[in-house]
Design a protein around this ligand. Structure first.
Ligand SMILES: Cc1cc2nc3c(=O)[nH]c(=O)nc-3n(C[C@H](O)[C@H](O)[C@H](O)COP(=O)(O)OP(=O)(O)OC[C@H]3O[C@@H](n4cnc5c(N)ncnc54)[C@H](O)[C@@H]3O)c2cc1C
Length: 382
């Protein structure tokens, strides 16, 4: 059964020192960044920023020293993530590698893969993307068709992946592929491969979203050779590993902080104005944020303790994305009610950007309906 740790998760003193250090770094780094650019947070890529963050020791910071990590406690990483997201730092280039590809390689990867990638990830020099979805496999991930055939010394991959975030900046993809079609159930016979996106036979294209931005794309594989040591874990165990990976993907603070910039702008724009409508709105938003933070911290602790909080992660992602989608609408309603904000102000610009961008929050990382199905199954409804 699922559970959340209800006791307040207290930050140790050293974590608060770290928070001050990160804030000072971000103050220096982000003087020129506009509020709308900040609202993109983890959807924005800046490889140079990722390198500077890596130089601080703030990527892969919990990993073993032999692989470039700092062996710091999990709570330190949470603090760094929180501050990066709250400031709206352009962390998209390294985010996936830090959050899930690196941990997956540590847990299941070959020694060759660990040596090839982990240190580079911590330096902000090697970026990853996630190759799960395909043209005919999204919510129903087990419908994937991209295949890998066994050959001497490795695998040959054919097929295509779709909606791949970070498609331009990533160097490597961890792809879920079908390696055996003869298994009895459709969840068997899948494997995870690390595919070099510069390898012969790989073609990638960005896709423009409805705001003309190009944060994701498609990747095609035409007889792409992948060496044996780029298989993650055992052949045929891909489904189990992907489920673990999805818990990492769904449990972080990015699942409720995607609209946080608007909360900040709302508070900034109304400081000292004694506006009852906005005060009530900010109170409500703050209470919701605080609850989500406690739940997210609880899941994060469980992941750190090597528990498997798949259900808790699904609950936090569902509640979190519902909040971050509702926030722009609530601010819009609040502003309309008191009619106080001119068009073109930072607050209105950020709100308009997020009103258009936020529908994707409940799609990426697994849709709302799918998460609710997972939760319903845990409750015993199906
Ligand atoms: C911004 C963004 C970034 C993304 N990045 C990546 C990435 O990096 N890597 C990657 O692999 N994928 C990525 N995706 C893809 C994402 O995981 C899929 O879009 C998602 O899983 C849904 O799949 P689909 O688009 O095929 O929709 P479908 O699966 O076709 O779903 C269509 C609708 O039907 C509903 N539905 C489907 N099945 C059920 C069901 N059983 N019960 C109830 N309702 C159901 C869905 O909830 C949805 O509303 C990204 C998507 C977005 C929007």
């Amino acid at each position: 059964m699922y559970q959340f740790k209800l006791s307040p998760v207290l930050m140790p003193a050293h974590a608060e020192d770290l928070r001050a250090e990160v804030r000072a770094f971000l103050d220096r780094e982000m003087t020129e960044v506009t509020p709308v650019a900040r609202a993109k947070t983890w959807a924005a890529c800046d490889p140079e920023f990722s390198r500077r963050l890596g130089a601080q020791g703030w990527i892969g910071m919990t990993w073993p020293r032999e692989y470039g990590g700092q062996e710091r406690p999990a709570i330190d990483r949470y603090v760094v993530m929180e501050e990066l997201l709250a400031a709206g730092a352009p962390v998209g280039a390294h985010w996936i590698a830090d959050r899930q590809s690196g941990p997956l390689i540590q847990n299941y990867g070959s020694e060759a893969a660990k040596t090839a990638f982990l240190r580079g990830i911590t330096k902000g020099e090697i970026f990853f993307c996630i190759g799960m979805s395909e043209p005919n496999a999204g919510s129903d991930l087990a419908a994937i068709e991209t295949s890998a055939e066994r050959v001497d010394g490795g695998w040959v991959v054919n097929g295509a992946k779709l909606w791949t975030t970070n498609v331009s900046d990533a160097h490597q993809m961890i792809a879920l592929v079908r390696t055996d079609r003869s298994r009895e159930t459709r969840h068997d016979g899948m494997s995870q491969l690390i595919i070099d996106l510069e390898a012969p036979g790989v073609t990638r294209r960005t896709i423009e979203d409805h705001q003309s931005e190009r944060h994701f794309g498609e990747v095609h594989f035409d007889n792409v050779f992948v060496p044996d040591d780029m298989l993650i874990g055992e052949a045929g165990h891909g489904w189990k590993q992907v489920i673990e990976e999805l818990a990492l993907e769904r449990s972080g603070p990015e699942r409720y902080l995607s609209s946080y910039r608007l909360y900040e702008e709302l508070v900034q724009a109304h400081k000292g104005r004694a506006d009852m409508v906005i005060e009530s709105l900010v109170g409500e938003l703050t209470a919701k944020l605080w609850n989500l933070r406690q739940m997210s911290l609880s899941v994060y602790e469980s992941v750190g303790a090597k528990e498997k909080p798949d259900i808790e992660a699904a609950i936090v992602k569902d509640l979190g994305t519902t909040f971050e989608q509702a926030l722009p609408l609530m601010v819009q309603a609040g502003i309309e009610q008191n009619d106080g904000q001119p068009a073109g102000s930072d607050l209105v610009d950020v709100m308009e950007y997020l009103l258009l961008f936020s529908p994707i929050f409940s799609l990426r990382g697994g849709t709302r309906e799918v998460l609710r199905g997972i939760i319903a199954r845990e409750i015993g409804l199906r």
